[in-house]
Design a protein around this ligand. Sequence first.
Ligand SMILES: Cc1cc2nc3c(=O)[nH]c(=O)nc-3n(C[C@H](O)[C@H](O)[C@H](O)COP(=O)(O)O)c2cc1C
Length: 276
Amino acid sequence: MTETSLTTHDLLRQRYGDAIPERIISNAAIDLLLSHRSVRSYSNEPLPEGTLETMIAAAQSAATSSNLQTWSVVAVTDPERKERLATLAGNQNHIRRAPLFLVWLADLNRIAQAAEARQMPHDGLDYLEMWLVGVIDAALAAQNAVIAAESLGLGTVYIGAIRNHPLDVAAELRLPPMVMPVFGMCVGKPNPDRPAAIKPRLPQAAVLHREVFQPEQVPPAVEHYNTTMAAFYAAQRMNVEGDWVDHSAKRVAGPQSLSGRDVLRDVLHQLGFRLK
Ligand SMILES: Cc1cc2nc3c(=O)[nH]c(=O)nc-3n(C[C@H](O)[C@H](O)[C@H](O)COP(=O)(O)O)c2cc1C
């Protein structure tokens, strides 16, 4: 979503609070990236014709490991299918309401099939490494699609909850073996009555290490971020209990905090990934 009224400095302030990095180079593409926010409320307008194809062209323009292109995507617009997927993915209403729901897939099946057709071996696909390649490829492609959508004034939100019940999702989408839903993505025109805010990120000192990892930088930067997020929650009138460390620690407290995804390794085996 491009906000021509905001300067790069405004965008950086929203992204970092008072921990604004110095020496940021500004241009239209950087401003677009800095403007990102997940959008979970959509207007009733249909998407402009060509939106899907444009997003996919952007996705296919992402880098891809060894040009293997080990990803695919299923575009869902049928309200009944969206309803079933929403139920499977944490009952999230924005999936129902988005005019377009994309399910991004790590797809090792296409190469397996192509190699098999020539009686060529493809045992390398059975290794964890190749599953990771598929997931990375899908993520890079999807993020390019997000940027393309945002450049068109559209809003998106990723849906990791598509992995809550991957076998049911695979059945719903009739996925072949060795194809895994990595995440979903809602796409729609942002509802002007419920604009989404830019969410602050950690100060750069928490994520950027020069030459070698600098562990001493991290705790103060995290502490600073807790303060920034407290101000964000107050400004957004979000009644959030605890700070960012609290939420983040709760999100990873144990297998019970993984929304059923603690069994992912077994599920992947059932989907045909051997993960050697
Ligand atoms: C892989 C992935 C999975 C996500 N899954 C969900 C989800 O299931 N539901 C949701 O509402 N948001 C989901 N999100 C959105 C994040 O909550 C959001 O990106 C994060 O809070 C930062 O906010 P922002 O995107 O507005 O900057 C997901 C994001 C990513 C990258």
